[in-house]
Each structure stands twice: as structure tokens, then as C-alpha cells.
Design a protein. Structure first.
Length: 114
């Protein structure tokens, strides 16, 4: 039943070949660069958050597991909540200076944005 998921094949034209097997293209996740080669930008954002401030860390190049681990470490060190998805880490509150120093201590090339 798992091989017959029609939602993944909406743009496929019907084939009369009985041996035809639809194969999905799997997108390979990029490898994580070493910390000294990462250029991370730490900024603050208020848009779409009812005026509340969040610290955004953007520019991470790597797997989603490594992004989640870095986000977890930053959230624990700052003592607040947040999330790590879509290539950016969100930390609740204005912790730009603390996050920049933490990232530099870990070996990342980080700079403060706005």
C-alpha cells in the first residue's frame, strides 16, 4: 500500500508498459561544513510574532540533524525556548550578543546582523 501513494505522482502521465515502476527523485541533503567555514548571521526579528522579539541565526549549511543539535545547544545555553527548521534557528528573546559569543567559542564564524 505504501508503494501506491497517488499524491506523490500527480504530475505523471499514465504508462501502458506493464513493467513500468514509478521512481521518485530523492533530494540528497547537503553535508555539514566544518564550523570554521560556516558564515552565520545573528539578527533580531519581530515580524509576524505580535511584537515579540526573537533571535534568528541564519546561514547554516548542513543536515537538519546538525541544525537541530546546534539549536538545542544554543537554547540550553541561553535558557530559553526556540526552534530549528528551514535552515535557521529561532531563539525566543533578544540574545544576539550572547549567541554570537557562544558561536564564536564553538568555532563558527558568526557576526551580528541588525
Amino acid at each position: 500500500m505504501a508503494d501506491n501513494d497517488w499524491k506523490k505522482r500527480l504530475g505523471v502521465v499514465f504508462s501502458t508498459n506493464p513493467d513500468f515502476n514509478y521512481e521518485e527523485e530523492t533530494e540528497a541533503e547537503q553535508q555539514t561544513l566544518e564550523p570554521s567555514k560556516q558564515n552565520l548571521i545573528v539578527s533580531i526579528d519581530r515580524k509576524g510574532r505580535a511584537g515579540k522579539q526573537v533571535t534568528l541565526v541564519t546561514g547554516f549549511a548542513g543536515t537538519s540533524d546538525d541544525l537541530a543539535e546546534l539549536g538545542r545547544v544554543l537554547k540550553v545555553k541561553c535558557g530559553v525556548g526556540g526552534s530549528a527548521k528551514d535552515g535557521e534557528i529561532t531563539i525566543q528573546g533578544d540574545f544576539r550578543d550572547r549567541v554570537v559569543t557562544l558561536l564564536k567559542d564553538m568555532g563558527y564564524r558568526a557576526k551580528r546582523g541588525n
